[in-house]
Structure formats: C-alpha cells, structure tokens
Design a protein. Sequence first.
Length: 214
Amino acid sequence: MCKSAIICLAIVACISQALAQTQTPQTCAQATGISFSQTAFSGQWVELARNPASNVSCISLNVAFWNNNSNMLVNISHSSNAASTLVDVYETANITLVENNLSGYNVTLVNGQKQEYVFVKLLSYVSSTYLVGCSYTDASNASTSAGFILGRSNYTLEGVKIANNDASVSFSNFQNNTYGNVTQFDCRASSAGQTVPLTLISGFLAFALLLIKA
C-alpha cells in the first residue's frame, strides 16, 4: 500500500512538472494584471528593459497619487531616439483609477497639443524594486505590444534579468534571457540652452507633482 501511494505521488509530480513546462505564456491582452492603486508605486522610476527593444533612451517616470488616491499622475521624460541621451520629450498622463481593476487602463500621453493612446497593464511588483508591465495599442495585434521593466534607483542588472526571466514564464511579451536594455547612462536634459543632469529636472517634476497634490 505504501509503495503504491509513493508511486502515485511520483506520477502526479511528473504530470504537474510536465504541465508547468508546457504552460503557454499569455499575451498582454489576455493577461490579468495587478492594481494600479498602490501608493507604494509613488516616486521616481526608470525604465530598464523592454521587449521588443525601445526606440528611445533615458526613460524616467515620476508617479504621484492625488484626489484621495483616486487618480494616478505620471510625468514621463525620455530622449527623442535611442542613439541620444539628451532628454527632450516630456509627457504626462492622468489616470482615473477604478477600485479592484486588474485589467489595465487606456492611458492618454499628453505632450503639448500632441496626444498618444496606449493600453497599459501592470503585471507584477518585484522586491519593492521592479515593476513589470506591458502595453499595446491594438488588442488583436500582438505586434503593437511590448513588455517593460521599471526599476527604483537601487536596481541591479542581475535583478532586471531575474524579473525578466520570471515574467517570461507567464507572459509572451518577455523572453528568457532576452530583452533590450534601456540606456540610463549619462542622461542629460536641456534647460534654457544648457544641458543639466537629469536628476535636477526630475526634482522639478517632483515639485510640480507636489503642487498639484496640494
């Protein structure tokens, strides 16, 4: 009897392992995300990885919650192209949050008179340091979708790799050991004809967020 039970457990374990190995990663449109309504997301983030590779560099986000935490305000800055580290594009997004929404949001990115629309999902929050997500512009066209990994200032390259590889098990936007690094080295911003460190510009953006919340 004991031997039979052990054999049965071994068979179940083998079947479970086989099922895990054949798990089909979900597309961004199919995936269930996590709630945006987490004040732990407040503050500055940098984008560290994207798949497919990003066509711009030095992507930085400042996130704040206002209106009794029912709105998420995001200030985004980045370069005009991947070859440049001069930050000269600034966008904002004001997201009205819905309680218990795990399916993501249609986000409007505003840059002056220009507006762009993208659907964004947050997929996992890793070690209070990495925020894994995906986006698309057409739910029925996977080629319009991308996976991204944001990080706090204490990120490590190994941490980015682990976050990517873990995400690749469940989400098709991520590939094991394969992703495009988003340049964050020597990022500078233009201010009144001069280039200044991006950290200074980020400070100005953070101050603007505080004024809006006041």
